[in-house]
Design a binder for this molecule. Sequence first.
Ligand SMILES: Cc1ncc(COP(=O)(O)O)c(C=O)c1O
Length: 415
Amino acid sequence: MAIKTPAILGGSPSVTADHAVNCQWPVLDEQDFLQVRKVMLDGDISTHPIRYELEDAYAQLFNQKYALSHNNGTSALFASFFALGLGAGDEVLVTSATWWSSVLPMLWLGAVPVFCECETENLGISVADMKNKLTNNTKAIVVVHLWGMPSKMHEIRQFANQHNLNIIEDASHAHGASIDGRLCGSFGDVSVFSLQGDKLSPAGEGGMLLTDDYGIYEKALCFGDVSRIYSLDTPAQRFAATSFGIKTRMAPLSAAVGLSQLKKLEQHNQCRNDNIEYISKSLETMGFDTYLGSERYHRTYFEFLIKWKPECGLQQQTLIRALNAEGAAITAPRYPMLHQQPFFVEGEWNKLARIENGLNRYPYSQVSLPVTEAESRLMIRLPHFSTATQDFLDQYLDAFDKVLLNAKAIAAKFK
Ligand SMILES: Cc1ncc(COP(=O)(O)O)c(C=O)c1O
């Protein structure tokens, strides 16, 4: 069979079907509308008890005693840091390739992120590197299940227990992912989900904090849910007039969407997983590492990133360009390394943390994470294929196939 000419060399593009139809998200329907309508007709759009229904649904699904809804995932993380008692000069082990919310809120409490490498299988925080970064000030670890790939929680928990560290589990990307059948979001001393509109169980804006520890739950509630402090029957009720200076309550209309979407999580995940696994299996045969997950680590797909192989003969940017010419929506990874951001390297962070001599004690401009940086350079990002047809998936595979078979000619023209 003749090799087809890739679009970048003058051939016809492979991907002609509409991305808006094949990668629709969120998938909202009549049920979501009716749930929102009910809250509106009830009339209480500020403190409607639908928030409690959403909390109960999360607590039950993730097998946690307490769930506390928030106005977004960032607030839920902030509340987690506060509730664990993190404060001035405490160090928290974190990864760099994550959304800023997993890290920055701790600075308002005076706690300092210490960036660690990721491991290269699941891209979670590296236990080996955490050992290097441990000091007498280390108090906690933030675990992020990046893009929906479960971090290696058993090893991380063992390390945390050995050194008396708390785990904040940021499961924002990983609704429905599991390890040995246990759902992500149930491993932390406190676990958090973002319910922002791109997430696997979206509410529009929203966050959920989960814990088995009443003390943590109560502190998080006192932090920012002022209307509920009144009804506590513990000494913490004395904070009812003030909270701790912030407001984190979730909007009921978002909670309505969140509750309705949570009921469809399994069905939605199944579509993404089926479609992406189909693509991944073919891409693996072409030499890409697609982070397929394993029997032990069942992953979900907030986003779909694969590891590009330099052996394919194309530079990362040329590969992306050639695939774009095919009509494929391929990009470089979305998250810049946090440790390289001006906020850290220019010392702005210490305007929040106010650590004495902080800029000398934590010179972020000198932080180097060669493994994380190299991994990130090897990634390319594909769409999530949430509502893709078989044709659309095959068009993508055709695009990859064509570009790789013509790699030499493309490389020669686009050096
Ligand atoms: C890993 C991670 N954690 C936390 C958040 C923060 O969530 P939110 O946008 O709901 O504040 C996000 C948001 O994208 C995220 O990707």
